[in-house]
Write a new protein. Structure first.
Length: 258
């Protein structure tokens, strides 16, 4: 019995040693992967800011006291896109549609690209609630919204490479505008979806990302609302309904009610 017990203990010890060695080898390998390939290239690309996103400064600093979280940018991460090139192309195109000017920030500073990413990652982006069976009528597409966006963005780069030998987000503004006009007019040949259909989706989501409640990832610091002097999500106006003069209220996000 003693010999069997000793043998069993030895087997357990040997097995434990093998497990420990395997775990050490795994940790070592995982560490090399994270630090070398994933950490140095892939994760580095995902975590670092892919484009200029520093916060736009309004005329009055006091206005941010009523904001939806100030400098919080934890929501600025990719959920739908898996290639940083696609997000860069989207950002450049969105900025052309809604550029920064003397009135205020553009699509990038407002966080519209991240809003679009979140929408495409949602069931809405997959057309979950839509009937998707054939046959498709003229003007309809078998692609869902997410696939439509990816197809269009990559076509943007394809056209850019063909005409200017460079990717879309590296082009001068005039060249970007020219290419987008071709898409808007439906002049670019695409598979399974029209270029006009892609542009319509891109424009719709860009404007939503500039004006939706910050809860959804865009309209950073409610600057889109401030440009239009839109008050946002007030539950009532009983405090000013009887005031005769015009009342200008600072915008309020849904998060302000928490």
């Amino acid at each position: 019995m003693t010999e069997n017990k000793d043998a069993n203990q030895k087997n357990v010890s040997d097995n434990q040693e093998e497990v420990d060695l395997s775990k050490r080898q795994f940790i070592k390998t995982a560490g090399m992967t994270t630090g070398g390939i994933v950490g140095g290239i892939l994760l580095g690309s995902f975590i670092s800011k892919p484009f200029k996103t520093e916060k736009y400064e309004p005329a009055s600093e006091d206005s941010h006291h009523h904001g939806s979280g100030g400098h919080n940018t934890f929501t600025e991460a990719m959920q739908f896109f898996t290639r940083i090139e696609d997000l860069l192309t989207l950002s450049a195109a969105a900025e052309i549609i809604f550029p920064e000017d003397e009135n205020g920030p553009g699509a990038i500073a407002l966080g519209a690209p991240y809003y679009i990413d979140k929408q495409l990652a949602s069931p809405w982006g997959k057309n979950i609630d839509d009937y998707r069976k054939r046959p498709f009528l003229e003007g309809e597409s078998p692609l869902n919204r997410g696939d439509t966006m990816l197809t269009g963005l990559r076509k943007l780069n394809e056209v850019s490479q063909s005409k200017y030998n460079d990717i879309f987000n590296n082009l001068e503004e005039d060249a970007q505008i020219e290419i987008l006009k071709g898409f808007e007019a439906g002049e670019i040949e695409m598979n399974l979806v029209s270029s006009a259909g892609f542009f319509a989706l891109l424009r719709q989501l860009t404007l939503e990302g500039c004006y939706a409640d910050p809860l959804y990832g865009g309209n950073k610091d409610m600057e889109g609302w401030r440009m239009k002097e839109f008050p946002g999500a007030y539950m009532s106006y009983t405090d000013v309904v009887e005031v005769e003069e015009f009342v200008k209220k600072e915008p309020m996000s849904l998060s302000n009610h928490m």
